[in-house]
Design a protein around this ligand. Sequence first.
Ligand code: AMP
Length: 435
Amino acid sequence: MTFAALGMIEPLLRALAGLGYQTPTAIQQQAIPAVLAGRDLLATAQTGTGKTAGFALPLLQLLVRQGPRMAANSVRALVLVPTRELAEQVHASLRRYGRFLPLRSAVAYGGVSINPQMLQLRQGVDVLVATPGRLLDLHRQNALHFRQLQVLVLDEADRMLDLGFAAELRELLALLPKRRQTLLFSATFAAPLRELAGQLLEEPLRIEIGPRNVTAASVSQWLIAVDKRRKAELFLHLLKERRWGQVLVFARTRKGVDQLCAQLEAAGVSAAGIHGDRPQPARLRALERFRAGAVQVLVATDVAARGLDIDDLPLVVNLDLPNQAEDYVHRIGRTGRAGARGQALSLVCADEVARLTAIETLIRQSLRREEEPGFEAEHRVPASGPGSRLAAQVQKPACPAKSGAPKEAAPSRPLVRAVRPMPGFASGLGRNPRA
Ligand code: AMP
């Protein structure tokens, strides 16, 4: 199977060749023809399956095929995402794939003044990637209307609901034209999402990549039982002892991120942290430094880490287990991407056993257990496993979505992020006036 066989046009094939994509992934093979044919989609796919290209490629092709029909302050395709990081990520992918196409695109999320963003929307854009709160703000200020909207994509829709965006989503959906194509992507498919899908989609093609809610088979997963107070020390020991290269570490709280970063720096290990309290430029800088290899360890909370796409990340470490089992799936989806092998290690203490059981139940497997000599847990981690009754004891997150934004959620009125014209997009085929 090739991208040409899926009917992709030459400028897209050229961009894909430049990126080294030779074979469409499973989700791309199914999604691309369906989207090109105008169908709605309901896709359950984990991160790392190539889902972004699965919607971005046919979306760009549809827009080019329909020709330039842009009006002032209009948008033809909207990609809704839960976080700023994912917005950046998806926008960067669109730019890469659309390098040789005469399309304009923009990204809108919190962080800077809304004014430059409003200015750039004046001419209209073909594709806008946005978080729901910012998008509503733009609409309320008449910077954007949806009369020309043809395609709506919801990416990581489960996460949008988890983060408390349900009300914003409802408000937005009421503003969109009824006649449109809708593509819904989600890593998990719990009841609230099924309800949303039922409202949004018309006879969608159902795509399910891999068994539902099960983590990528290409990731080897295990845990080391350890006392809570010794987790950071153990991490540092393993980092040195096992000569790890770059590692992405997840901590449950912002404080946990800051503390581990400080401990690592004190031990002479270069580390950077990202969490919701850090300003957006600082978060992006940390990510860039990690990508460039300037720091060895990137420590992140779940929300801040959404949408991170880091090539060839061999190892993810969970300093603590997440409150919501689904987040475990998202976390370890940062490794073993696009067919590569990955490793995911969790450092688990006794009072996390209910969280562990919930995760093992969700992924339908027990995590292999190890002990590290010299770090044996004084407080034994009780036996766990899929379906164990301990799963029922997992506490709900401190601030569930419905009662307001959770601690690490993007604010419902996110900070503003200026719309950037896409360098390769504003111009004609093959030209890039800003490059
Ligand atoms: P995603 O699941 O969209 O986050 O994509 C995961 C990673 O796979 C990204 O780094 C993509 O650039 C890469 N990727 C997506 N599709 C392909 C493909 N057909 N061939 C090679 N790499 C791909």
